[in-house]
Design a protein around this ligand. Sequence first.
Ligand SMILES: NC(=O)c1ccc[n+]([C@@H]2O[C@H](COP(=O)([O-])OP(=O)(O)OC[C@H]3O[C@@H](n4cnc5c(N)ncnc54)[C@H](OP(=O)(O)O)[C@@H]3O)[C@@H](O)[C@H]2O)c1
Ligand SMILES: *[C@@H]1O[C@H](CO)[C@@H](O)[C@H](O)[C@H]1NC(C)=O
Length: 327
Amino acid sequence: MLLPIIISSVFVALIVTLSHKFITGDGDFTLLSKGKVKRESFQDKVVWITGASRGIGEVLAKQLATLGAKIIISARNESELERVKKEISGINGPERVEILRLDLSSGEDSIREVVERAVSLFDGVGVDYVIHNAAFERPKSTALEVPEASLKATLDVNVIGPISLTRLLLPHMLKRGRGHFVVMSSAAGKTPAPGQSVYSASKFALNGYFHSLRSELYQKGIMVTVVCPGPIETSSAPDMSTSGQKGVKEKRVSSERCAELTLVAASHGLKEAWISYQPVLGVMYLVQYMPSVGFWLMDKIGAKRVVVARQKGNTYSMNLLFGRKQE
Ligand SMILES: NC(=O)c1ccc[n+]([C@@H]2O[C@H](COP(=O)([O-])OP(=O)(O)OC[C@H]3O[C@@H](n4cnc5c(N)ncnc54)[C@H](OP(=O)(O)O)[C@@H]3O)[C@@H](O)[C@H]2O)c1
Ligand SMILES: *[C@@H]1O[C@H](CO)[C@@H](O)[C@H](O)[C@H]1NC(C)=O
């Protein structure tokens, strides 16, 4: 008599807990179930971070320093890299951080030189992790308005550069029988991103390349973790307090938390991880598991979102769905 009641109460409690986690969580279920970063995954390992002169890359570098990693930081801006190096030296000692200036749009020959220097650092032990984090700026504009120059630059920095670097470094990793690529993709690499079509295309390209690469080389010790963050709070994130939409603040995951979850995902060997609050996380689930509903939703809000972005409003607001139609 009692058993069905107990079973159904447990069931209801489970549903309530999961829904609560889904509504308030800042990542996908698998990622959040993993708990903390495994320190031993990074202790004394060589980790090469691109785009480490600011934003999420800088925060990743600092967190890796506290985890005892040997760090290579890359970007174009040397003075910013020097500043980051100085700050990391305070955590980890100056002999455990190196700067490699790198322009990802500079072509295969100059990337090759940088790769050769990377494998020679720290007495030539080799690179254990590459965090492909650098990306070209992503101003919001409609697909029709994207200038040719920005199209080329986005694909060069976000796609061709990281693939070249990977291809050039892989032989070294295969010789050691291990290597791990952590790829900063985006929610825009999983769902349509109205107003960011080319950026979205570049992130879908990364996902396709790196998941394929892993399927080819997994049994030879090559790991890939594709990380797809939604809106993240960085110094370059739009400041909603100055927008017309008073009191409506985009809820963004902090760059510290984004970096932490990225390292959780990598250290637990996850193949893909999503980092975001609602509603973006829910849209990712919809598009992944119920694409016809997800695409229907995106088609409904897309045009309006581009307009709101131009007014520097909240592009993640529920109002997009219920507001006035755009012509
Ligand atoms: N912030 C978000 O809301 C968000 C959301 C989802 C995904 N993401 C992804 O997370 C990653 C980091 O984002 P973020 O917001 O921290 O970026 P960010 O603040 O714009 O920093 C971009 C980094 O990339 C470097 N970079 C740009 N062009 C380069 C080039 N040609 N060669 C080499 N390095 C270059 C920049 O350094 P230099 O200018 O010194 O070269 C900088 O360190 C990106 O892949 C981004 O797509 C971010
Ligand atoms: C590098 O960053 C500094 C400080 O943010 C800036 O003043 C300088 O113009 C940048 N250098 C280049 C080459 O972009």
